[in-house]
Ligand binder design. Structure first.
Ligand code: NAD
Ligand code: UGA
Length: 367
């Protein structure tokens, strides 16, 4: 296969600084940022992505181009392709897997429920089936989600809080992923670390997310919907900037212990961990919009509507004490500074002529 030639003839996936990491979802938002960060610090990285069209695949191709400039290769394939995954592990002795490929998005689960089951449940199981059989087993860090807290009313959310009331099928598949991880850890001694990300945003972000399409709609003069809860309270999110999340992912990889392996060779309990990676500071959606209005110097056409029953939860708020204790995770970017960087990227990427264009001439492609 083309990828095999590429991989065998490049130094890309080889271990440079100790790690050789398979990044699934590498053409995605968080995966592309993490791949670049790993590569920049000297680790070997190989990507896997199916380039599906859940959102505009041109953006995924643009991220792929950026990664290829940094000698990071992305194999085009699906998590559910067992022989392909086995072959990847045959060719490259991965020490770690950063598993970010998934069907993301909360509201789309009402339109296409099966895509969540296929990628987030069947695809995850397929990856674990392959990884458990590799010797030595790689340590796996995977993306869970703040959505597992569902209709939780504790505030802020701690890892020990209940997660038995998912509000969307997306949340249910992410919660299922955590249960599945538990069984693979228990039976096969796989080292597994789940990261519950909280509404991540930033440059190269996802066009299906509110901050992204609000920016587009505000610039095009189109109306936007701002949700309020049934009892007319503001809906809020613990929006987390991508660079903070990347640091958290690397910290989780760095502290992941090796697997113990299965059967009689088992030496001790392998690691199973779950962490919140949030910003610890929830912001109402209305405030997100007013920050964007300021940055874009344009008034939004706002429709404040009662939150439809669409899978959204009223608010999210992370307690990150555990991630701080175990790998020094500390979010440092507030929403206004992070959105400024996003808008700078947005106007540059889409070539929008505005007073911002001048400011962005020296845009750093990897920022
Ligand atoms: P993304 O959609 O940009 O990235 C996911 C990538 O995985 C995409 O490029 C997609 O093509 C690929 N993919 C999907 N299904 C696949 C499959 N079956 N086989 C191979 N590739 C597949 O999303 P993201 O925002 O970068 O999210 C990364 C991970 O973090 C996901 O697991 C998501 O559920 C989780 N997460 C994201 C957020 C957020 O706010 N961005 C919050 C919580 C959790
Ligand atoms: C985001 C991601 O899309 C999920 O993949 C991820 O798992 C989740 O974060 C998470 O933290 O686990 P969400 O918070 O719903 O999900 O992100 P957006 O779709 O960008 O919505 C942000 C906020 O804007 C939400 O409070 C939502 O209710 C609100 N919103 C959305 C509106 O007010 N109007 C809209 O038209 C759309």
């Amino acid at each position: 296969a083309a990828w095999e030639k590429q991989v065998r003839h490049s130094s890309t996936p080889r271990r440079v600084n100790g790690f050789s990491v398979l990044v699934t979802g590498a053409a995605g938002f968080i995966g592309s940022h993490c791949s670049l960060a790993l590569k920049k610090r000297g680790d070997g990285v190989l990507g896997l992505d199916n380039f599906n069209d859940y959102y505009d695949p041109t953006l995924k191709r643009a991220r792929q181009n950026l990664l290829s400039k940094h000698q990071i290769f992305i194999v085009e394939g699906d998590l559910n392709d067992g022989p392909l995954l086995t072959k990847l592990f045959d060719v490259v002795p991965f020490t770690h897997v950063l598993h970010l490929a998934a069907q993301a998005g909360v509201r789309y689960a009402m339109q296409n429920p099966q895509s969540y089951v296929k990628s987030n449940i069947a695809g995850f199981v397929n990856l674990l089936e392959v990884a458990k059989a590799v010797n030595p087993q790689p340590a796996i860090v995977w993306a869970s989600s703040s959505s597992v807290y569902g209709l939780n009313t504790e505030n802020p959310f701690s890892e020990r809080d209940r997660t038995d009331r998912p509000a969307s099928l997306y949340a249910a598949t992410k919660k299922a992923g955590e249960e599945i991880a538990h069984t693979y850890n228990h039976i096969y001694g796989l080292s597994l670390t789940g990261l519950r990300f909280f509404t991540v945003y930033g440059p190269w972000g996802r066009p299906d997310m509110a901050y992204f399409f609000f920016t587009k709609d505000i610039l095009q003069g189109k109306p936007i919907d701002i949700y309020r809860t049934q009892d007319q309270k503001a809906v809020a999110r613990d929006f987390t900037y991508i660079d903070d999340v990347v640091k958290g992912c690397l910290g989780a990889l760095d502290t992941a212990e090796k697997s113990t392996g299965s059967g009689g060779k088992k030496k001790g309990p392998a690691q199973l961990r779950v962490y919140n990676l949030g910003n610890t500071s929830p912001v109402p959606v209305g405030r997100l919009v007013s920050i964007l209005e300021g940055l874009l110097n344009t008034k939004a056409k706002k429709h404040v509507i009662t939150l439809p029953r669409n899978g959204d939860v009223p608010y999210t708020h992370a307690n990150v004490t555990l991630a701080y204790k175990d790998f020094g995770y500390k979010p440092t970017t507030d929403l206004a500074s992070g959105l400024r960087k996003f808008v700078k990227w947005y106007v540059n990427y889409f070539g929008i002529e505005s007073k911002h264009s001048k400011e962005t001439q020296h845009f750093d492609e990897s920022s």
